[in-house]
Design a protein around this ligand. Structure first.
Ligand SMILES: [Cu+2]
Length: 155
């Protein structure tokens, strides 16, 4: 079921919209990050990526200068959770991939004393193999707030 998102979402197409349509339509929704403690070196962001096209795509990187952003996945082995750095995340044609707590997430490193504060937006650029660069703002929310996620579509 498609739920209405409680926060406005941003979909920014690459400059060449014809190219975009040709190479597959990537739609990014519900991007948010949790606020961080003042001295935290890093923060985590989550979002939903949909491939509305008929061509498989791959998320290759996330840029968020001056921070370093990486794709991570939390995996559990023998009851111990650890984070694995993902070099790429496939977004198959017609697929929806959820980055959510306990699974895939965007790790922002190098906060350098500038914590994520509730209400601010963290700008980032997602780099896809075919769709190219997609700009997205991660809305920073309170740790206890309900994430602006659409959980229905991907499960
Ligand atoms: Cu991580």
């Amino acid at each position: 079921m498609l739920r209405r998102l409680s926060l406005a979402f941003v979909v920014l197409a690459a400059p060449l919209s014809a190219e975009m349509a040709h190479h597959g339509d990537i739609m990014v929704t519900g991007a948010y990050a949790y606020e961080t403690p003042k001295s935290a070196p890093s923060g985590a962001g989550y979002l939903t990526v949909r491939n509305m096209g008929d061509t498989d795509d791959v998320l290759l990187a996330v840029k968020s200068d001056p921070m370093q952003a990486m794709m991570h996945e939390t995996v559990e082995e023998n009851g111990v959770a650890r984070m694995v750095h993902k070099m790429s995340v496939p977004i198959a044609a017609g697929d929806t991939v959820n980055f959510e707590p306990g699974g895939l997430h965007i790790m922002f490193m190098g906060l350098n004393g500038d914590p994520f504060e509730e209400g601010e937006a963290v700008p980032a650029t997602l780099v896809f193999e075919k769709a190219g660069e997609v700009a997205v703002d991660f809305t920073v929310i309170n740790r206890r707030a309900e994430p602006p996620m659409d959980h229905g579509a991907g499960h």
